[in-house]
Design a protein around this ligand. Structure first.
Ligand code: AP5
Length: 177
């Protein structure tokens, strides 16, 4: 199938849901890891500082990461349809990244704002921003739809509710079948 992109607000559980990918014969790459490898070499101290960089720097890192991932081939990409920056929502999949990666499916993993806030609170290793989770999920839907129309990808929404992770993983696996 080529590239499948999996997105969702921080802490929604997208990495958890895509764990089924390797059993379906897909490699997994985290877009943020690839961006951070490049950013770290330029002196950025941790991944949570990336969304606080000037937007032009984030876009440059994004472009480089997209080009690197596009060269991999068949892969599931853990990333974002939007990133909340000090200047508003930055598209995680701008035209140049989408056209380079040409995903067949843009997956949105969603949960309720209460579930997401509680999952974030349990992870003390991260520096999460306080944000409006419901609004961020709405923005993600809008950005995913826009990107899909540009390249003809499908958009799939997976609900990942508390205690229902097996069901969410099964939904994701069925997309890859
Ligand atoms: P990224 O690496 O994606 O990190 P993140 O957004 O902080 O997301 P996480 O990995 O922390 O959360 P997750 O949603 O995967 O949740 P998880 O499965 O761990 O991005 C890092 C940075 O890279 C971004 O901030 C940005 O700067 C940059 N970046 C990335 N892509 C970009 C792009 N395209 N353009 C520009 N910049 C980009 O689960 C969370 C917790 O919930 C876990 O404890 C888990 O056990 C629990 N959980 C999950 N599901 C359930 C369930 N059903 N029930 C109960 N608990 C559950």
């Amino acid at each position: 199938m080529g590239v499948v992109v999996v997105t969702g607000v921080p802490g929604v559980g997208k990495s958890t849901v895509m764990a089924g990918a390797s059993e379906a014969g897909y490699g997994i790459v985290n877009f943020g890891d690839v961006m951070f490898e490049i950013a770290q070499a330029e002196g950025v101290p941790n991944r949570d500082q990336m969304r606080r960089l000037p937007v032009a720097d984030q876009q440059r890192l994004q472009r480089l990461a997209g080009e690197k991932i596009a060269a991999i081939g068949n892969v599931v990409v853990d990333t974002h349809t939007s990133i909340l920056t000090s200047r508003g929502y930055l598209p995680g999949l701008p035209e140049w990244t989408l056209r380079a990666m040409a995903p067949a499916i843009i997956v949105l993993v969603e949960a309720t704002p209460t579930e997401i806030t509680s999952r974030r609170a349990k992870d003390a290793t991260r520096q999460r921003d306080a944000d409006d989770v419901a609004l961020h999920q709405e923005v993600n839907r809008a950005f995913a739809a826009t990107g899909a129309v540009m390249i003809g990808a499908t958009v799939a929404i997976i609900e990942n509710h508390d205690g229902e992770v097996d069901d969410a993983v099964a939904q994701f696996r069925s997309l890859l079948a």
